[in-house]
Design a protein around this ligand. Structure first.
Ligand SMILES: Cc1cc2nc3c(=O)[nH]c(=O)nc-3n(C[C@H](O)[C@H](O)[C@H](O)COP(=O)(O)OP(=O)(O)OC[C@H]3O[C@@H](n4cnc5c(N)ncnc54)[C@H](O)[C@@H]3O)c2cc1C
Ligand SMILES: NC(=O)c1ccc[n+]([C@@H]2O[C@H](COP(=O)([O-])OP(=O)(O)OC[C@H]3O[C@@H](n4cnc5c(N)ncnc54)[C@H](OP(=O)(O)O)[C@@H]3O)[C@@H](O)[C@H]2O)c1
Length: 363
């Protein structure tokens, strides 16, 4: 079972969305961009204590070692709750984690589950927004990647957290349209009920090997499952799991004001400098030497030879989450790397996929 280490941080309550200190268990640690903190402090700081817890490439795509599938792992539960009988959780906390001048808003929220919705790192839950659709039917569920470790932000395995971007766009008729569920979630006040389904998904489960190299590729809210992985690796203590491999996170966001959880990642880096690397790609502020927009794949290209060497190892696992467009961009940097050794990247990627070393959830 898990135990706790300590890294106290303070989480400031958002103007409209804070939990009462008495309802907040004493074991969390969320941290937020400092710019965001300065804009969310009207109700004062809510202090929450952190739970701190070669294979040589052959000419053809090499066949990967056969492993026991993570999908068979004991204790992975799916679909405990379905839309007709959802689990009704309570919102404990909801905080905007992007600064006011960021393009778009992203919120971090924590819901109570009382332990009734157990989940593993890498799974998602469904949320059914209150209200009805235009046909008078209940809204369809939307999926959200879980952003907390299985222990939850408060360390008691009784909560689940999400990282949600508010969807707002202008349609062809020039009208501003608000996405149903993301707006429902970002507007949730502490104490409000939330209909939860799931958990679902096995693609993004973590590898069991504590010595693995885990390369995490995220755009925007695609960071959610990786926050969950990284809390387990660096902020929590388990009798049967101590991460001693390499966790390498690449995160792509539009502006520095929209960076997600950078303070938490900074703490992880300070705690485990040899086991954690983080590289950001800030698309609207940075370019590469050729003047191209700094997308996640552009940043990865700076380390391409190192990444390729890692990808040849049997205990390197790549996870990708976020915008669908990133997948193609990442393939494009891999093709020439593999080709240099006479390997067809697409075949090799298929092998990696088969051995659960290439895990993708993009949308
Ligand atoms: C496995 C999975 C995990 C996910 N995890 C997360 C997560 O962790 N965080 C997160 O924020 N989201 C996540 N999503 C996305 C989430 O499920 C919702 O799709 C998202 O929040 C939008 O839902 P909504 O109800 O607000 O919008 P809806 O009311 O469903 O509206 C969305 C629709 O609006 C239209 N639309 C959207 N943008 C535009 C545009 N620019 N122009 C014209 N039309 C447009 C499209 O038709 C789109 O289908 C995940 C999705 C999946 C499949
Ligand atoms: N499990 C899942 O499937 C899952 C989980 C979480 C989120 N999501 C999805 O992930 C998406 C994240 O969006 P967001 O609004 O949170 O992100 P965001 O804040 O807009 O950040 C996305 C970043 O990716 C960049 N980008 C755009 N096109 C790209 C491309 N082709 N290749 C690489 N990078 C690219 C953007 O750059 P510019 O904007 O400057 O071009 C921006 O820097 C949403 O669609 C969400 O539904 C899926």
């Amino acid at each position: 079972m898990a135990a706790v280490t300590a890294a106290a941080v303070s989480l400031r309550a958002a103007t409209t969305t804070s939990t009462s200190p008495s309802s907040a268990p004493q074991h969390s640690h969320c941290s937020f961009p400092s710019a965001a903190r300065t804009v969310v402090s009207r109700r004062g700081a809510l202090a929450i204590r952190a739970q701190a817890i070669s294979t040589d490439a052959a000419a053809a795509a090499p066949v990967k070692e056969k492993k026991v599938s993570k999908k068979q792992e004991e204790g992975v539960v799916t679909n405990t709750f379905r839309p007709k009988e959802p689990y009704v959780g309570k919102c404990l906390l909801n905080t905007k984690i992007t600064a006011d001048d960021a393009p778009g808003e992203t919120w971090h929220m924590v819901f109570s589950t009382e332990g009734a919705v157990p989940y593993k790192e890498g799974q998602s839950i469904g949320v059914v927004a209150d209200g009805e659709d235009k046909n008078g039917k209940p809204h369809k569920l939307r999926l959200y990647s879980i952003a907390s470790s299985a222990l939850g932000d408060f360390g008691d395995a009784k909560t689940v957290s999400l990282c949600v971007k508010r969807l707002v766009y202008t349609n062809d008729a020039g009208e501003v349209v608000k996405g149903v569920c993301s707006n429902f979630l970002c507007d949730l006040k502490p104490g409000a009920d939330v209909n939860i389904t799931g958990p679902v998904g096995k693609e993004m489960l973590m590898p069991k090997d504590p010595n693995a190299t885990i390369i995490m590729l995220a755009t925007g809210t695609g960071i959610a499952p990786f926050r969950s992985f990284l809390w387990k690796m660096f902020f929590e203590k388990y009798d049967d799991y101590k991460f001693n491999g390499l966790a390498w996170l690449f995160l792509g966001v539009p502006t520095s004001s929209s960076l997600l959880y950078p303070e938490e990642f900074g703490k992880m880096k300070a705690k485990a400098p040899d086991n954690f690397r983080v590289d950001y790609a800030i698309s609207r502020e940075e370019t590469n030497a050729a003047g191209e927009k700094m997308y996640i794949q552009t940043r990865m290209a700076e380390y391409k030879d190192e990444l390729w060497e890692l990808l040849k190892k049997d205990n390197t696992y790549v996870y990708m989450c976020g915008l669908k467009g990133m997948e193609k961009g990442i393939d494009e940097i891999m093709v020439p790397l593999a080709a240099k050794e006479g390997i067809d990247w697409i075949d090799y990627r298929k092998q990696l996929k088969k051995s659960e070393q290439w895990n993708v959830e993009v949308y």
